[in-house]
Design a protein around this ligand. Structure first.
Ligand SMILES: Cc1cc2nc3c(=O)[nH]c(=O)nc-3n(C[C@H](O)[C@H](O)[C@H](O)COP(=O)(O)OP(=O)(O)OC[C@H]3O[C@@H](n4cnc5c(N)ncnc54)[C@H](O)[C@@H]3O)c2cc1C
Length: 486
């Protein structure tokens, strides 16, 4: 970035812009653990970061970027692992985390207008002071922003009852590259949903909220995949749960740091089913548990697991890293799909967390313990895609695209929306300045004829059989032995 551009940024953004290389290191990655060899294939190092405090800061940034042809990558808290907030062409990172105010609370219908950088749990805390609450939130709620969820897309706690982030956001203000602030609602918002901010920076969101209620969690032990599936389907048909989270026994063991030996051989599941107090129905729940051959867990266990709901990554203590596979699965296929996944990865230390959501689907996360520093990690990464491959055969679908799965955007959006996205991008941002490399994959720096997703896909396919037989051996031992003084 030449001195003229720096001077312009400094003049307009003053202390909100930094060029300090140490500070900029925060912005060249997200929560995902991607080997440095892959990161070196994109230009992930930003040359400047701007901590926006107002719409004017966003306008000034986009206007300078437009004038000088510099890439801009919007960012919330970088808690997504799909690479959506990672620069692929250097330039400027536009950090939205400090635009974090509640703008207004509206009574009819019940909605709240917020700036994009507000953290989900902070919003909940403020709403609860006046008897309201968020209807849904991601399980990263203690650290992720409202404005980062809509462009990434997804479901979370409460989605079984209230839908996805797309259903809960009713209006947005966006600043596009032409620096105009526009308001969108209904289907006009569609192009900004799940597209990683490649069309504009969101500066206000209106969200549906709900009257605050005590959430009452129950824990259920289910002996196998069949009974887990039956429990979920019956609970959806006959009850109104706020959320159901299903954990495999392998996951529970990892979280408790228990001996994992034979972990995959144990087929039971913990279901955490939580109700808004006014919707709980103990009698129907009891009969569904009996019909599904389940057993109630103690209130203390249910409460403990509910309190842990925001910390799924605690299992990493066992790792030290996890390979993560994520996808949607129709709940009626859970039994067969999960049985096949467990069989496929029978020798790995494997855990599963599934959040049951709307549309008779589950958002499934498969965790495979590993060590990102290990020599073979780069080969074993291909393993994370094996559960997805199995899920797709059972009618499952992609969760989101971001950077690393950008090549799957066609399947994610369907051809009609995908073509619309590509054509609109050409029209509005032909130089690919706004969050380049997302949805439309970036080229590899060293081999510009090849896009990085095609390359990773090819390597994954080639490596997949080797990855399957390459097992992370450390397993539970280091932590378990340490705990037991061995
Ligand atoms: C422990 C854990 C639990 C998680 N649980 C869930 C879950 O339940 N459901 C789920 O879907 N995800 C989950 N995630 C992933 C992630 O936390 C969420 O998707 C979260 O919403 C991302 O928010 P963020 O502020 O970190 O956004 P970032 O990761 O910073 O950004 C996400 C995308 O949005 C774009 N962006 C950010 N702000 C703006 C803006 N103002 N305007 C335009 N574009 C913008 C970025 O460029 C990027 O493409 C989890 C992650 C972790 C680590």
């Amino acid at each position: 970035m030449n001195q003229r551009i720096r001077d312009r940024l400094k003049e307009k953004l003053e202390e909100r812009v930094t060029f300090d290389s140490e500070l900029l290191e925060v912005y060249d990655h997200d929560i995902g653990e991607i080997p440095s060899i892959i990161m070196s294939m994109i230009n992930c190092k930003p040359e400047a970061a701007i901590v926006a405090k107002s719409n004017q800061d966003v306008i000034d940034t986009l206007s300078i970027a437009n004038e000088f042809g510099i890439a801009v990558t919007p960012r919330g808290q970088g808690s997504s692992g799909y690479g959506g907030a990672i620069p692929t062409n250097g330039g400027i990172v536009l950090d939205m985390a400090c635009m974090n105010k509640i703008i207004s609370i509206n009574k009819e219908p019940l909605t709240v207008d917020v700036e994009p950088g507000i953290i989900w749990n902070n919003l909940s805390f403020e709403l609860r002071k006046i008897g309201l609450d968020n209807s849904i939130c991601p399980t990263s709620a203690p650290s992720s922003t409202v404005g980062g969820w809509f462009p990434k897309g997804g479901v979370g706690l409460g989605s079984m009852r209230y839908g996805s982030v797309r259903d809960v956001v009713t209006e947005i203000d966006v600043i596009d590259l032409d620096c105009k602030v526009r308001t969108y609602s209904g289907s006009d918002m569609e192009i900004y949903h799940q597209t990683c901010g490649i069309f504009g920076v969101i500066v206000r969101l209106r969200l549906k909220c709900i009257k605050a209620e005590r959430i009452v969690p129950y824990g259920v032990l289910l002996p196998n995949t069949e009974s887990a599936q039956s429990f979920i389907i019956k609970a959806r048909e006959r009850l109104k749960p706020y959320t159901i989270i299903l954990h495999s026994s392998g996951y529970i063991r990892m979280r408790k740091q228990e001996n994992y030996e034979n972990g995959n051989g144990t087929q039971d599941f913990h279901a955490l089913i939580a109700f808004e107090e006014s919707n709980k129905d103990d009698i129907t729940l009891k009969s569904i548990i009996d019909e599904s051959a389940g057993k109630s867990l103690s209130k203390e266990t249910a409460m403990e697991e509910w309190e842990d709901r925001f910390y799924p990554m605690r299992i990493k203590k066992f790792g030290p890293s996890v390979l993560v596979g994520e996808f949607y699965l129709p709940e009626k296929c859970f039994d067969r799909a999960w049985t096949e996944i467990e069989k496929d990865l029978a020798n790995d230390t494997l855990g599963m967390e599934a959040v049951v959501v709307n549309d008779n689907k589950m958002a499934v996360l498969v965790y495979i313990l590993d060590n990102a520093k290990s020599m073979f990690y780069q080969i074993r990464m291909a393993k994370a895609l094996r559960p997805l491959g199995i899920a797709l055969r059972y009618g499952g679908s992609f969760y989101t695209a971001g950077l690393w799965l950008a090549n799957n955007s066609k399947e994610l959006f369907g051809m009609k929306k995908y073509n619309y996205i590509v054509n609109t991008k050409k029209e509005r941002d032909s130089k690919l300045l706004l969050n380049p490399g997302k949805i439309i994959p970036p080229k590899i720096r060293q081999i510009p004829l090849l896009n990085i997703c095609v390359f990773m896909n090819l390597i994954s396919k080639l490596m997949s059989p080797i990855a399957k037989i390459s097992i992370y051996k450390n397993r539970y031992k280091s932590v378990f032995n340490e705990k037991h003084g061995e």
